[in-house]
Design a binder for this molecule. Structure first.
Ligand code: GTR
Length: 325
């Protein structure tokens, strides 16, 4: 009898311990400036589902979309210090912090989306990913951010000369400031969330972004002239705090890496569909899209390359990108 109850007790204890382990859950918090449903938000959610499934619920991901945790620059600091675990941001705001991110942010560095994919999926992409470690981050994935183009509330832009003296909000990166200056216009870096009212009140004439951002941030409502100059194709970055990463076992790290990789294919699919949907939506709502000859825009970019591609490492990266067919 005594023996039996001891056994029962031990079984109960083991069961309790197992239950304890099974219910030990870590929720990883992830930030995104975009609203729910946006391809980057959905891709990170998909990543989270895979992680939850493959770790039997030990890890899950909560996506704080719509800049609930702050504007991009602030959330970059939060993820670096480990206040948040994950972050999906453009690569451009990293330009001042991580020199290697300069290269894919350069104007007209990519010939096409296909070229960009080949570069980011290849050795140059690996080199850029590795550089994130310098600032306390682990790069989990590069996502598509399409091509960025100018839009404004004043007039259609068909030539570089049409931009003269106009005022554009740019993403917080010196490359973007210098690019706009090289085109004869004025740049004001400001957080994404302030752009709508800055255009509406006339503080700026316009901004620059891809169709899904132009649409979902409602900038199309206040700036109906969209000019397809496609000046940059800067990819998005999905990063994890090194401090959160280091808490994972090597097995769990492998699970996260694989899930992130799978989320890239998903994001690219969602992205392609969203670009079409957003373009159709803004056109139906009255946006006027012009398609300028890109060559004069490309020709104006010399000073940007001279200033931002100075050291041998970056020069070699630019050459390596050009050589990718
Ligand atoms: C979008 C990008 C965002 C943010 C935004 C901006 O294209 O996906 O992460 O950087 O542009 O211009 O601030």
């Amino acid at each position: 009898m005594l023996h039996f109850s001891r056994l029962a007790g031990a079984t109960l204890l083991a069961a309790a311990l197992m239950a304890g382990t099974a219910s030990a859950q870590t929720v990883l918090r992830s930030s995104d400036t975009h609203p729910d449903g946006y391809p980057t938000v959905e891709a990170v959610k998909y990543f989270g589902e895979l992680v939850k499934e493959r770790t039997a619920g030990r890890y899950s991901v909560d996506v704080y979309h719509s800049a609930q945790l702050g504007e991009e620059k602030d959330t970059i600091e939060q993820v670096r210090s480990g206040v948040i675990d994950l972050n999906r941001v453009s690569m451009a705001p990293f330009n001042g912090l991580i020199p290697e991110t300069t290269v894919p942010s350069l104007p007209y560095i990519f010939r096409s989306e296909d070229h960009m994919h080949k570069v980011m999926d290849g050795p140059v992409g690996d080199q850029i990913a590795a550089a994130f470690e310098q600032v306390g981050l682990v790069l989990l994935a590069f996502y598509d951010g399409g091509a960025r183009s100018f839009y404004n509330s004043k007039k259609p832009i068909n030539t570089v000369a049409d931009l003269a003296g106009m005022k554009f909000r740019v993403i917080q990166s010196d490359i973007f400031v210098d690019m706009v200056a090289a085109l004869g216009a004025n740049a004001t870096p400001m957080p994404y969330g302030e752009v709508y009212s800055a255009i509406e009140t006339g503080v700026i004439d316009g901004a620059e972004n891809n169709f899904p951002s132009y649409d979902t941030a409602k900038h199309a409502e206040v700036a109906k002239f969209y000019s397809l100059d496609e000046h940059t194709m800067v990819p998005e970055a999905f990063v994890m705090a090194k401090s959160s990463w280091d808490k994972l076992t090597p097995e769990d790290q492998a699970i996260l890496k694989a899930a992130a990789k799978e989320s890239v294919a998903k994001q690219r699919e969602l992205w392609a569909a969203k670009v079409k949907e957003s373009r159709a939506k803004v056109e139906a709502a009255g946006s006027q899209i012009t398609t300028p000859d890109k060559q004069p825009f490309i020709d104006a970019m010399g000073p940007v390359y001279e200033k931002h591609v100075k050291d041998d490492k970056l020069k070699a990266m630019v050459e390596a990108i050009k050589a990718v067919q």
